[in-house]
Design a protein around this ligand. Structure first.
Ligand code: FAD
Length: 659
């Protein structure tokens, strides 16, 4: 068999893919992957090709079988907890058990008292309890203070009575609630006894309650509970997750079912607020902080498929009689895909650095030190926002770069897009949470105004520029200089903050919602500085020349996208676009193969067939298509009948019945 275009390009690549993979994943993750992934890849239950033909209920049943098989494999192979979690997370889509692990257990771990953790977490790990996180209601999502679910404390019985008063107050969208979970972590407005209030109760804001929703033996809804699945979602995404709804009608839970690491309710109903009002942010920050790396790795899958396919795919020859060119050889294909390759690396590096800052912050929080919270909260929010915007847009661009086959389920890229696009909405809608970043940055600037020498955390340090801008001139030939790149991005963010500060100085009561568009621009600019800086640090640490080229391409692409903002900030952008185009040109297709191989994907991890590592895609497409249910098997006679009915010819069946 002669080598494919992809194999030829790979054989000519000088990229040290193995070394870069080690840098991207780290030795521990590599060891986990080597142990766990081959087991999954060789088990037919994890085969993804047939999934588009399942209806909603079949998809969920299939997903539960996948979960069950994972548990069997865990026991069969004596997987450690890390190995099992790696297996769970390496499935392409979010299965119900992942929600229990990621949302339910994580929140109990960060907001439960030591006794609560000791009680609930072992039961969760053994899956005696499967949980979900129920915050959003039909009529309220972003506005958490506006939630209508109430938890009223009954000091007589030492229980909370939980209600979703109206139909529109039902919990909705809750992952794993539809059919799987037997417990829910319900966000409800806590009401504590207060004899000064006409109602006899005082509301003290949203708090979290563990609520059993299904019987652990029969799995039927418990008294007072109405629960079900909300049905199919956009683009066929989240097919294997049972997002659900929940009505609660005077459901009683014991006092210690309220998570009480921070605020507490005593047995006689006295409310003790948290020592610091932001202590409960820990788990939210964690969930947001995980998103940039997930987005980076998801874009990495999409871009690997697209680059491999565009090398395999040939169209047009340069002169008659010569072989056709790979479509990656066309400038417009490279200009679309190589910056996306750089973007995936950028968010993987930045996501790693962000998670390290998160763990560092949690260590400090455990000692009662809240000083790192504002910075990590702002960073995780900015990066969640910007990574989901950039990576999801990148996935769609990757699909388009693949031409017609990109639109087939067989490309796999559409499935990645469908799975990742709601990250722009969940864990806080990007436009809503951007305002939190803008507020934090404006607050820091106000502090600086009063105390010019006040210490600022690293990622806020450029705020000095807002009050006393330093002179900055660019040189057209100097755009590859990391310092010029960072300074230009800082100028850009400082200008947006300054714009906000001017509006607020004129009218300090300007509602933040009026500033939400500018806040979103600021969130993006703040994130860009961190992401470019992270990539630069990774390049410096590794010294790999291909990584350096990719890092430069990322910085320059970020700057080119920001040209309108840079110009407004007074930065001379002469030479910038040319520098970015040269950076695209500096990546050869051989290097692009090496840099995508460095992600270390098994074919099993890339949905569809167009990203196959050997590049033999047409054979595989033909094989899979011929296997589709619609082309053989049970639907055959039914489909023929339906087609014959259109043409007016009598079908065999009707003709027979006339005899
Ligand atoms: C796939 C998926 C899974 C989910 N899983 C869960 C789950 O497991 N548990 C759970 O509790 N929830 C879950 N959710 C719900 C999710 O967290 C919310 O949908 C999300 O927080 C957005 O809130 P919303 O739907 O109320 O949007 P809305 O706030 O109604 O937003 C509508 C529009 O208004 C804009 N907007 C609203 N307020 C403002 C403002 N102040 N300033 C500027 N613009 C504004 C938004 O930008 C948006 O464009 C899930 C959602 C999805 C899509």
């Amino acid at each position: 068999m002669s080598p494919t275009h992809l194999q030829t390009a790979r054989s000519q690549s000088k990229v040290d893919s193995a070394a870069i993979e080690k840098l991207l994943r780290g030795p521990e993750q590599l060891a986990l992957r080597n142990k766990v992934l081959p087991v999954l890849a060789n088990d037919p239950i994890f085969d993804k090709t047939r999934k588009p033909f399942l209806n909603h209920a079949q998809g969920i049943i299939d997903s539960l079988k996948v979960c069950k098989r994972l548990l069997e494999l865990r026991d069969q192979h004596n997987w450690t907890r890390e190995e099992y979690v790696m297996a769970l997370l390496s499935l392409e889509e979010t299965v119900p058990l992942a929600m229990s692990e990621n949302a339910f257990m994580t929140v109990i771990d960060s907001q439960g008292s030591p006794e609560q953790k000791a009680h609930w977490l072992p039961r969760c790990r053994s899956y005696e309890i499967i949980g979900c996180y129920a915050q959003t209601e039909i009529a309220h999502g972003s506005n958490v203070q506006g939630l209508q679910t109430t938890a009223r404390y009954d000091a007589q019985t030492k229980e909370f009575v939980i209600n979703t008063p109206m139909a529109e107050d039902a919990k909705f969208w809750i992952g794993a609630m539809g059919v799987t979970a037997n417990h829910a972590l319900v966000q409800a407005i806590l009401q504590v006894p207060d004899s000064f209030q006409p109602s006899g109760y005082r509301s003290v804001g949203p708090h979290l309650f563990i609520v059993p929703i299904r019987d652990q033996i029969t799995h039927k809804p418990l008294p007072g509970i109405t629960v079900g699945d909300i049905g199919p979602k956009a683009y066929g995404g989240f097919r294997v997750l049972d997002n659900g709804y929940l009505h609660l009608n005077s459901v009683r839970v014991p006092r210690d079912y309220m998570l009480m690491a921070h605020s507490k309710v005593s047995p006689n109903g006295e409310f003790q607020p948290a020592k610091h009002d932001k202590l409960s942010y820990g788990s939210m920050v964690y969930l947001r902080a995980g998103i940039p790396a997930t987005q980076g790795w998801s874009l990495a899958r999409a871009v690997t498929i697209a680059i491999r396919y565009c090398i395999s795919r040939t169209q047009f020859s340069t002169s008659p009689g010569t072989p056709e060119n790979s479509v990656i050889d066309y400038a417009s294909t490279r200009h679309r895909l190589y910056p996306l390759l750089a973007t995936s690396y950028a968010y993987i590096f930045a996501g790693k650095e962000l998670l390290n800052s998160y763990y560092d912050m949690m260590d400090s929080l455990a000692k009662g030190d809240v000083s790192k919270l504002a910075e990590v909260h702002a960073l995780s929010t900015a990066l969640k926002t910007k990574s989901s915007w950039d990576c999801v847009a990148g996935m769609e661009e990757a699909r388009k770069a693949m031409g017609g086959h990109g639109y087939s389920h067989l490309s796999g890229v559409a499935a990645i897009f469908a799975q990742q696009t709601p990250a722009q909405t969940f864990e806080g809608d990007n436009y809503v949470i951007s305002q939190q970043i803008a507020r934090a940055l404006i607050k820091a600037v106000m502090l600086l105004k009063q105390h010019p020498q006040a210490p600022l955390p690293g990622s806020f340090s450029y705020l000095h520029q807002v009050l006393s801008p330093s002179p900055f001139t660019t040189s057209p030939d100097n755009w590859s200089n990391p310092s010029q790149q960072i300074q230009a991005l800082q100028k850009c963010a400082a200008k947006i903050i300054n714009d906000l500060a001017v509006v607020l100085a004129k009218n300090p009561r300007t509602p933040w919602t009026d500033l939400s568009w500018t806040s979103a621009r600021l969130a993006a600019a703040h994130a860009d500085i961190f992401v470019v800086d992270s990539f630069q640090k990774a390049v410096q640490a590794h010294g790999n020349p291909d990584l350096r080229k990719l890092g430069e391409l990322y910085s320059l692409t970020t700057l080119v996208k920001a040209i309108p903002e840079l110009v407004e900030a007074g930065v001379d952008t002469a030479g910038l676009r040319q520098a970015q185009e040269a950076a695209v040109g500096a990546i050869s297709k051989e290097a692009a193969v090496g840099l995508t191989d460095a992600f270390g994907w098994l074919d099993w991890e890339l949905p569809g067939v167009l990203g196959k590592k050997d590049g033999r895609i047409y054979e595989e497409m033909t094989r899979v298509v011929e296997e589709w249910d619609i082309n053989k098997g049970e639907y055959g006679p039914q489909l023929r009948e339906a087609a014959l009915a259109l043409t007016g010819h009598e079908s065999a069946k009707t003709a027979k019945s006339k005899l």
